[in-house]
Design a protein. Structure first.
Lengths: 230, 165
């Protein structure tokens, strides 16, 4: 077995164990929020698309790291974007929570009183009503940029692996493959969370949804605050 | 006839019980995950305090020393202040009994899995080893990091210190 094949296995294994040891706690609430938002719809297809999007972003970042070997320069460059993604994620979860609760008709309020009503109303409706399965792919791609310690660690290793490969094209492929292997490794843990929180069985229990909404809003606020402080 | 009726009742009861049990379990699960994020700051602060108590190295200002059987292990990281997400130079100085193979450093956080982050070292002579590495930033805000220096055939020395984000 070549050294790069060994690295693929190492990255996948790392992703698998980090998934259960880290991602379930840190990213689990995002997956739970999606599952709550999906309500009675099947959670598996949207979640798989979300992870596919996330892995695509990891692979692209891995390719860039593999080619350049410049971890610190690139992460410094995308720091502002990551901050924005974290705040966006928080706002999206808040909107999903508000949309799910049905307490605050934000869409109507904004449409009645704001001069730039259309934009806000459409934005809110889009954020709170991400029920389309296909939407989870681009969402995963965007949220793949969320700042995350283990992803950084994997990117450092991908950059190092790329530096050891002389051929630039092969370095890009290695970086992409390694980060994809890492991302795939994290999927089982998060899919398990999604599967356990599939809410089809709660179809008629509004109170549970209301409690879930409050928790989602709290999670969203947490992300926004963390994003601002990042 | 009676048996079949009883069986049906038992079956329905069992299904209702399983459904209710599953429901409670799932509710607890959902609540636990959402709350874990919201309340993360509270235990994070508590854990941070606990981990702060583990700090045994003032790497921001000086090098740190530990004894490993017959060998003294000195760790230094530069440039200072030691910041996350920057290229850092790790230096190990071993005095006393020398190892047969080159030591290495594993970076991690106490109580949080961050993935394997190894700093490979090279000998620069006289028991001095150097290598470059990066301490990544944890978005949770925790700043206590651990450098585990592994000296082949001798054991490991753990240096726990604060990093600036």
């Amino acid at each position: 077995m070549s050294s790069i094949e060994t690295l693929y296995i190492a990255f996948f294994t790392t992703g698998f164990f980090v998934g259960f040891g880290h991602c379930m706690g840190m990213c689990g609430p995002i997956v739970v929020s999606f599952s709550l938002n999906l309500r009675a719809k099947g959670v598996m297809a949207p979640n798989l698309l979300y992870h596919a999007g996330r892995i695509t972003t990891y692979a692209v970042l891995g390719g860039v790291m593999g080619a350049s070997g410049a971890f610190t320069r690139i992460t410094a460059g995308i720091g502002g974007l990551q901050k924005g993604v974290m705040i966006f994620t928080g706002l999206m979860i808040i909107a999903m929570g508000l949309g799910m609760s049905g307490w605050v008709p934000l869409g109507r309020i904004f449409s009645d009183y704001c001069s730039f009503e259309g934009v806000i109303r459409r934005g809110f409706r889009k954020l709170s009503g991400i029920h389309s399965t296909a939407a989870y792919l681009p969402l995963g791609m965007l949220l793949g940029l969320l700042p995350c310690g283990p992803v950084y660690t994997a990117l450092v290793a991908a950059a190092r692996a790329g530096m050891e490969i002389q051929n630039s094209f092969k370095a890009v492929l290695a970086g992409m493959g390694l980060m994809a292997a890492f991302g795939i490794g994290t999927v089982p843990a998060l899919l398990m969370v999604a599967r356990l929180t599939g809410m089809g069985w709660l179809r008629s229990r509004d109170m549970i949804y209301k409690i879930g909404s409050v928790l989602m809003i709290a999670v969203g606020i947490y992300f926004v605050v963390k994003g601002i402080r990042f | 006839m009676l048996t079949s009726g009883v069986k049906k009742v038992i079956h329905r009861g069992r299904m209702a019980f399983l459904q209710a049990g599953g429901g409670v379990f799932r509710m607890l699960f959902v609540g636990m995950f959402l709350l874990s994020m919201v309340a993360h700051d509270v235990p994070a602060r508590a854990a941070e305090n606990d981990h702060s108590a583990l700090v045994n190295c003032d790497i921001q200002h000086t090098s740190c020393t530990q004894e490993l059987s017959d060998t003294q292990v000195v760790l230094d990281i530069s440039p200072k202040p030691v910041k996350a997400m920057t290229d850092l130079t790790f230096r190990i100085i071993l005095t006393g009994k020398q190892p047969k193979a080159v030591p290495y450093i594993d970076l991690g956080m106490p109580g949080m899995k961050m993935g394997p982050n190894r700093v490979s070292l090279q000998s620069v002579g006289n028991g001095v080893y150097e290598g470059t590495g990066i301490i990544v930033r944890c978005p949770s805000g925790k700043k206590v990091w651990k450098a585990t220096v592994a000296v082949p055939n001798m054991g490991t020395a753990e240096f726990i210190f604060d990093v600036i984000y």
